[in-house]
Design a protein around this ligand. Structure first.
Ligand code: ADP
Length: 403
């Protein structure tokens, strides 16, 4: 493992979700992506379980001329959702690491089991190959204690691991650095608010490359309004629904995670459909949009106060990259905070990182397409090769990249 074949430059990135496995093969020598795909609907008939899904992934890779037995493979990088307080860095997977990740299942009952199965099957297929776990929570582990703590009884919190962990960390790490690069600044000297707005959504405050606050908490339910999740609410809503509504814990869990957010407010969770309905004067869709952008604006204000000085606000993921309307509405009226979106720039569609703020804006507003696969591959590659230089075009010493 310490002396990998220099010709081995490919990293397979596996993202084993609850009902799908996404894979991407990246060649770190030239930045190419020789293979990628997704196996969906795991557990629904044809694909019985994650082991069957991984078998299909292996077959598809072989069919694309990049089988798992390829000597060009240097590592497998696994996305793992919850690292608890135990895992704060990309970690070479051993039996002990798998056992530790299993202990974290109560914190992420929907996600970690699928991640673990992916790891186990991949290790069985290539026991000789280094496999690296990259944790969604890791980037947020630098949050100061005053941001990570909930104000509840400390003994109870500690007994059950109740604290704020944050998620989407791989994306927040990648996007905050990419935003600094777009501004031609050092990440270590750049303060950024990252708004990751996909189906799940989270904000982070990144000070000099280090995460100091994020909107998701013990689980991905806290914070912004999402496709189907409520985000922030008074915790007493839960007692009220149980006592007065007679709902069970599981029913409330499903309500807040699967039937709330944009979907709960207007019946649609896709921002494209909401935009279409708004254009027709649909009031429920308009209200859902308004609640969504109001929450975003509150977080931008709060994180501006947390950071003191903001250099960039970076929008990413499905909604953040594509919805000019959300970007415009969330930042409207923030000229007092030095934020001014340029309507013409903001309306331009594109797949590259770009600035959408006006020339007068003290704070740069950027659209940065996220690339979690590249980030996972970079981190895995750096770990197994002990690379001093970034393999991709970052031009940033890797060892600094993650500090
Ligand atoms: P995930 O969290 O599943 O990775 P994505 O980052 O792919 O999600 O974001 C998916 C969401 O992005 C969709 O539900 C939709 O609301 C939004 N979206 C995608 N394309 C557009 C678009 N052109 N305009 C507005 N919203 C979009």
């Amino acid at each position: 493992m310490t002396d990998p074949d220099p010709a081995a430059t490919r990293v397979l990135v596996l993202n084993s979700g609850s009902s799908s496995v996404k894979y991407q093969l990246l060649d770190m020598a030239d930045g190419s992506r020789p293979a990628s795909g997704i196996v969906e609907r795991i557990g629904e008939g044809e694909v019985a379980d994650h082991a069957a899904a991984l078998k299909i992934v292996a077959d598809e890779l072989a069919a694309q001329g990049a089988g798992l037995d390829s000597p060009a493979l240097v590592a497998v990088g696994h996305r793992v959702v919850h690292g608890g307080t135990r895992f704060t860095e990309p970690t070479l997977i051993t039996d002990d690491v798998v056992a530790e990740v299993e202990k974290l299942v109560p914190l992420a009952p929907l996600h970690n089991p699928a991640n673990i199965t992916g790891i186990k099957v991949a290790r069985r297929m290539r026991p000789d190959l280094p496999q690296v776990a990259v944790f969604d929570t890791a980037f947020h582990s630098t949050m100061p204690e005053h941001a990570a703590r909930y104000a509840i009884d400390t003994a109870t919190a500690d007994a059950y691991g109740v604290r704020r962990y944050g998620f989407h960390g791989t994306s927040h790490a990648y996007v905050s650095r990419a935003a600094a690069r777009l501004l031609e600044r050092e990440p270590g000297e750049t303060n950024t608010i990252v708004l990751h707005l996909g189906n799940g959504a989270s904000a982070s405050a990144v000070s000099g490359g280090v995460c100091v606050e994020t909107s998701m908490g013990l689980t991905p339910l806290e914070g912004l309004v999402m496709g189907t999740r409520s985000g922030d609410l008074d915790p007493a809503v839960i007692f009220h629904l149980a006592r007065v509504g007679g709902m069970s814990t599981d029913e409330i869990d499903t309500l807040l995670n699967k039937r709330s957010g944009l979907l709960g407010l207007c019946g649609d969770n896709d921002m494209r459909e909401i935009g279409r309905r708004m254009a027709e004067g649909d009031r429920a869709a308009q209200l859902a949009f308004d609640v969504y952008v109001h929450r975003l604006r509150k977080y931008v204000g709060a994180y501006t106060a947390v950071l003191g000085r903001v250099d960039a606000i970076a929008f990413t993921a499905g909604v953040g990259e594509n919805s000019a309307a959300v970007r415009e509405a969330a930042l409207r009226g923030l000229e007092g905070l030095g934020v001014e979106v340029d309507p013409v720039r903001n309306a331009v569609r594109g797949s590259a990182s770009r600035l959408v703020s006006s020339g007068n804006s003290r704070v740069a507003v950027a659209v940065i397409p996220t690339d979690e696969e590249l980030e996972i591959a970079d981190q895995a590659y750096a770990l197994v090769t002990d690379a001093a230089q970034a393999p991709s075009d970052w031009n940033i010493p890797l060892r600094n990249k993650y500090r």
